[in-house]
Design a protein around this ligand. Sequence first.
Ligand code: PMP
Length: 457
Amino acid sequence: PKDPDIERIRDQFDFVRSGRVVTNNAASTQPPRPLLDLYRSLIPFYENVHRGQSNASGWTTDRFEAAYDTIAQWLNAPSRRSIAAYRNTTEAHNAVMYSLLTEFRDGDNVVTTMLEHNSNYVPWHALTREILPRLGRRVQCRIARFDHATGRLDLDHLASLVDTRTKLICCTGASNFLGTKPPLPAIRAIADASGYPQPTGERRSRLLVDGAQLVPSSFVDVQALDLDYLSFSFHKMMAPFGVGILYAKEHLLASSLPFLYGGDMIADGQVFPDRVEYNELPWKFSAGTPNILGLIVSAQALRLAVDLIGADRRLYFRTEDPLPAPVVAATMQVIGRHTARLTERAMAALATVPGLRLLGVPAGGPRAPLVAFTVAGRSPFELAAALNELGVESRAGCHCATLAHHDLGLDPPASCRLSFYLYNNLTDVDRAVDAVRRVVATAPGSAVTAGGRHRRD
Ligand code: PMP
């Protein structure tokens, strides 16, 4: 697929007219105008799903269910029965944790990595250090190291942590701090070799991939990669806040307990004092009124991305036409290539700023479209506040990648991060890096480095 016309794409985003240099996309991306318009156009049919006999409810239910199909197609999942919708990636990880709670046996372990976002570490920490001990079960959480110079996951170390008691390996698909993209086929192979006897009959460890930073810029084919679980958040891929997805193999969703209990996750009329019967998938994992408009609009954001890129002659936005996997792959290849180019340019320019230390994957390596750095003698918070004064939106802190910041010995555990998405152009990169250069050349506390809002983290 050919390179996209970025200026034409930028025209679809209101923020562009404000002149903001939005380079904090790993936190959240901006929504395109057609998507916001879509919200309004759904209002005449504003009704709950699966809970009414009106035309509006039927219409909304159809759109809502079709959104699940779109999301399944996006991941090349066999069907919507593998898709559970939550509020965000964090909630998806918690859903896996709680649904497996009863399955962990005394002496089991979970293997995760030092590269994880807290959302894919703290649930496993809590499970193994707080929840299961109170239930009288001892389960370990083991953490694989990474190479400090390159940010690469130490696969040998990971493999050494996995044994016949490893129920689950939880690994990020792309680090939101060092950019590392661990090799998922190699990790799958390590999981396969463990021999762990799952209650569902397989003899291997399950693999959960945190796709929050992977899915927005790559085609993640859950079947080709043989993933058991994959999570991601729509707010990092040009869609509204409030929708996170858990893909899970259908037999895992079928066999595991739901995370949340209540209405709609029950088969019609099947609640009795002595038993309840769960609804068919995926509704078994959809308790309570869901984020209906959020999900419909999020699925359409995927379709709009295809159209913005021009990956097919056919236009998909505002339709429910099946999305062929090659069209999705082509779309994501373009987004991945464009954002990688921006990242490489930023890294090359940042490398020439005096005192600046780039962290993570070296230039040319497989990297999520983000770059974190520190500057000798300068606070990342002060730098980011000064960049903000110059109109450049970055992020300072540990980005919830707290383990990796500690592991690298960063004191305070913080860095400054620029991250890119489809609508960023080369001028954004140059403006951001020029601003970094200016701020670094200026004494801390002077006019350009004053400020310091949003210090949390
Ligand atoms: N994992 C990674 C790698 C992330 O970058 C993020 C968001 N920073 C998350 C998980 C959590 O996403 P959310 O806040 O949407 O739950």
